[in-house]
Ligand binder design. Structure first.
Ligand SMILES: *[C@@H]1O[C@H](CO)[C@@H](O)[C@H](O)[C@H]1NC(C)=O
Ligand SMILES: *[C@@H]1O[C@H](CO)[C@@H](O)[C@H](O)[C@H]1NC(C)=O
Ligand SMILES: *[C@@H]1O[C@H](CO)[C@@H](O)[C@H](O)[C@H]1NC(C)=O
Ligand SMILES: *[C@@H]1O[C@H](CO)[C@@H](O)[C@H](O)[C@H]1NC(C)=O
Ligand SMILES: *[C@@H]1O[C@H](CO)[C@@H](O)[C@H](O)[C@H]1NC(C)=O
Length: 798
């Protein structure tokens, strides 16, 4: 008996991902349904990305690529406008997109597929009668003439037949009110949304008369009528950033934290070989917008093209740049408690999460997803239902990714160390989880207002009588709870309990312990501190030192001994911490001091290779000077997060080898650590996508092997060898392309099918299988003289 499994499209329907035949051009999420537009198709999928309905948008209207996709939930409809028939709009049923409610030939979206469009719903009041569609479209005069159409750059359009002028009409009380460009520049729409009573638009303006591209924000007040709303136009120029000019806006995310109107944009300098090419910058619009100002006085745009007067542009700069990366392509945001969480999509297929606290301090980035290959993330939408998933478009693939992976962290400490505001330790369930899943229980998370690197910190102080030493322990925990949890600390040494009684508790989750100075030997005292919050216990080991005995030349080693012992390092000397410093001291500040050891400072000249796949690389060669004393290699990212260390294998003064571990895609720097902990030199290594093995050519060989087989794939420069049954061969690369390489097949002994794998560091990547045929059997040969040559004919068995 045979079973045939027939998929609607015959493609992978794996959980939470769906692969289309064509690239995704746009998508929207509403009512637990995902609407995906590809080149000439529209798809309706449930919230697990199973296909429910499909519609070919080009069947009745040739070359109709959907440019606008706006779910109108209250009306149970989906508004789509495309490029067909000089512009074509359809209203579809939201529950079944194969059913058309209304259609009209109209250029609400751009007619040319390469031009950007923008559309979203705007509410100017409360009833259904006051919903309009804000539409932005690039209108090319030549095309308009060909089509015999009128075109508007930015208009408000009706959504109901009953509104003045009928559905889709841009008509106001005195003709069409539209926002036009004053000059001849071309516009690229990036984003737009309504927040309370304001409607924002973000776009790039390219104009030959301007020195560079202008990133523009335009906004309007939601007034009673379409006309009044459009006439309230105001605008600003956005400029990014201090460190380097990035003139083009790529993507944006509006979010309102508790009291600020913060907006974040991804800006690019247009060179994604530069690791800092794109920046995620936060702008604060609160003050600027509250300032009022005259309407319709924009330097570049005007209502109905009136007001051609020259106006001095007003420029704003970002409040803070939270992230830099070679190639960010998209951003989305959500608020979690008092945190602002940004999701960043990259051109090399990574989904990165970054949280920003009230003081606009940033946590370490968390990579939520990374594609094996270089698939560009073109758009992301947070699941509007529970905000626990995000939908991501990657080339021809749609993916649903969790916004946090709290379950991966198995202890209070690892849950805290994840620095993910979505995750906290749920005391009653003893698990790391989302806040709302931990009801009626204590939930511990990272504190906001100050991003901390460690859950606990401690400081030591000497009493004025010099007879007592006091240790103060602070916990950087944020807790949400019912009732007040018990908090205590116990200080234990090898000789037993250090303090008389246990530590005292203060409301701020800190405790202290005092003991006689006699108990502090010159060599230091190892103390295990056990901290209990509710029924959660965490312990940490510290070495307490006599701060005033830490004297000597101000070296990195002395400084770091001082800081890690909870003493105060100030003015190049170590003292007791008589008052808590404002910011806790870290070992990082000690790096500026000399090592103090009789070591010649190592220099790094090069690392080879300096581009590797994210599986890492064994035996990387580092060349430089004075490398013989190097103990290990430190690997750091740009935000000083997740530093890693790798031991040094073979070393000489001029070169050494080390293994660089697997990581996320992106740029890291390596430096050489010498005895005493100081790290010298710096070289960059870029982690890229994995190699892929597409096909073998030819895909067969003889039992005795020895045939040259070509491998076609991508990123083959990162391959260490080709593996058959544990037998490794060298992959010879084609000098001109990273997509082809060849190797000599090994012998198998008999006719068989063997799996072929690419070896990349400690992992392998599968290739298509290779068929082994029996060795050819040669039966005879003949030699025939032909002119000056001899022709040899060899016969073999079929
Ligand atoms: C909204 O609903 C009304 C009434 O069913 C319908 O006439 C109109 O076409 C709808 N408009 C849109 C944009 O879906
Ligand atoms: C700490 O060191 C200083 C200077 O060496 C010394 O005078 C003092 O007695 C020491 N205190 C303790 C408690 O060991
Ligand atoms: C450092 O080492 C060199 C050679 O081993 C020696 O000549 C020199 O005196 C040393 N310097 C110090 C400050 O110890
Ligand atoms: C160290 O170098 C020697 C000789 O150059 C080599 O045989 C050995 O495999 C190397 N070891 C490592 C761990 O790289
Ligand atoms: C590969 O495995 C070895 C042995 O466990 C380890 O030392 C090395 O760091 C690993 N290499 C990478 C790139 O992860």
């Amino acid at each position: 008996m045979f079973f045939f499994v027939i998929f609607l499209l015959g493609h992978c329907r794996c959980d939470n991902t769906y692969t289309f035949e064509q690239n995704i051009t746009d998508f929207a999420v509403a009512n637990g349904t995902v609407y995906v537009a590809t080149y000439d198709r529209l798809h309706q999928m449930d919230n697990n990305l199973s296909l429910e309905h499909r519609k070919d948008t080009s069947t009745t209207t040739p070359h109709n690529t959907v440019k606008i996709l706006v779910p109108f939930e209250r009306n149970n409809s989906l508004v789509t406008c495309g490029t067909g028939r000089c512009g074509y709009c359809e209203v579809l049923e939201l529950n079944d997109i194969s059913k058309t409610v209304y259609d009209e030939s109209l250029n609400i979206a751009s007619i040319m597929p390469e031009d950007s469009s923008l559309a979203f719903l705007v509410n100017l009041g409360h009833g259904p009668e006051s919903t309009y569609l804000l539409a932005g479209a690039v209108q090319r005069e030549k095309k308009l003439r060909e089509c015999g159409r009128e075109g508007y750059l930015i208009t408000l359009r009706n959504t109901e037949e009953s509104q003045n002028g009928g559905i889709f009409s841009a008509m106001g009380n005195h003709g069409v009110q539209s926002i036009r460009s004053k000059g001849k520049g071309s516009v690229e729409f990036v984003d737009g949304y309504q927040l309370d009573s304001r409607v924002y638009l973000f776009l790039n303006l390219r104009d030959k008369t301007l020195p560079q591209i202008r990133v523009r924000v335009l906004w309007m007040e939601a007034k009673k009528s379409k006309d009044d709303t459009v006439e309230s136009l105001r605008g600003l120029i956005l400029e990014c950033c201090e460190d380097m000019s990035r003139a083009l806006l790529v993507s944006s995310a509006g979010a309102r934290s508790t009291f600020l109107q913060l907006w974040a944009g991804v800006f690019t300098a247009g060179n994604n070989l530069d690791p800092n090419n794109t920046a995620l910058a936060i702008f604060n619009f609160t003050q600027i917008i509250a300032d009022g100002g005259r309407t319709n006085t924009d330097p570049d745009f005007a209502v109905n093209g009136q007001n051609t007067e020259q106006i001095q542009p007003v420029t704003v700069k970002p409040t803070v740049v939270v992230f830099r990366y070679s190639w960010m392509t998209s951003v989305a945001s959500v608020t979690v408690g008092s945190w602002l969480v940004y999701f960043v999509g990259t051109g090399d297929g990574q989904l990165i999460k970054i949280a920003v606290d009230k003081a606009l301090k940033t946590t370490c980035p968390i990579v939520l997803y990374k594609a094996d290959d270089d698939r560009k993330i073109s758009k992301m939408v947070l699941d509007p239902g529970d905000e626990k998933h995000i939908y991501v478009a990657l080339g021809n693939q749609m993916r649903k990714v969790g916004v946090a992976q709290c379950e991966r962290y198995e202890s209070l400490t690892s849950c805290w160390n994840a620095q993910d505001p979505h995750c906290g330790w749920c005391a009653s369930q003893n698990r790391c989880m989302f806040r709302d899943e931990c009801s009626g229980s204590l939930w511990f998370s990272i504190p906001d207002g100050s991003v901390q690197k460690k859950m606990f910190s401690f400081q030591v102080d000497l009493s004025p009588s010099k007879e007592e030493v006091t240790v103060n322990v602070m916990t950087h925990l944020n807790e949400q709870h019912t009732g007040s949890p018990a908090f205590s600390c116990a200080f234990n040494t090898e000789q037993g309990n250090l303090c008389v009684g246990s530590g005292s508790v203060s409301p701020s989750h800190s405790c202290s312990c005092s003991f006689s100075t006699e108990k502090l030997p010159a060599a230091g005292l190892r103390v295990r501190v056990r901290i209990s919050v509710g029924d959660q216990q965490v312990s940490e080991d510290w070495t307490l030192r006599n701060c005033s005995a830490l004297v000597g030349e101000p070296t990195a080693g002395l400084c770091s001994d001082c800081v890690t012992a909870g003493c105060l390092w100030s003015h190049d000397t170590c003292t007791w911490m008589s008052e808590p410093p404002r910011t806790s001291q870290t070992e990082a500040m000690c790096q500026s001091y000399p090592s103090g050891q009789n070591i010649s400072e190592p220099k790094i000249i090069s690392v080879d290779p300096n581009e590797i796949s994210f599986y890492g690389k064994n035996n990387v060669t580092l060349k430089g000077e004075n490398l013989d004393q190097v103990t290990k290699i430190r690997i750091q990212d740009k935000m000083d997060c997740n530093p890693k260390e790798s031991p040094v294998w073979n070393r000489s003064s001029g070169s050494l080898t080390f293994h660089i571990p697997s990581a996320s895609k992106g740029v890291v720097t390596v430096c050489a650590v010498v005895p005493g902990g100081k790290c010298h030199g710096s070289a960059e290594i870029t982690y890229r996508s994995l190699p892929s093995c597409g096909s073998l050519s030819p895909n067969s060989t003889w039992a005795s092997g020895g045939r040259i087989v070509r491998i076609l794939g991508s990123n083959l420069q990162f391959v260490d060898g080709v593996e058959h049954d544990g037998n490794q061969q060298t992959l010879n690369m084609n000098a001109s392309s990273n997509g082809t390489g060849c190797y000599k097949t090994a012998a198998s002994g008999d006719e068989t099918v063997k799996s072929v794998r690419l070896k990349v560091a400690n992992k392998t990547i599968n290739c298509p299988p290779l068929t082994y045929h029996a060795d050819p059997e040669f039966t005879s040969f003949t030699a025939t003289p032909t002119g000056d040559d001899l022709r040899i004919t060899i016969k073999k068995k079929n």
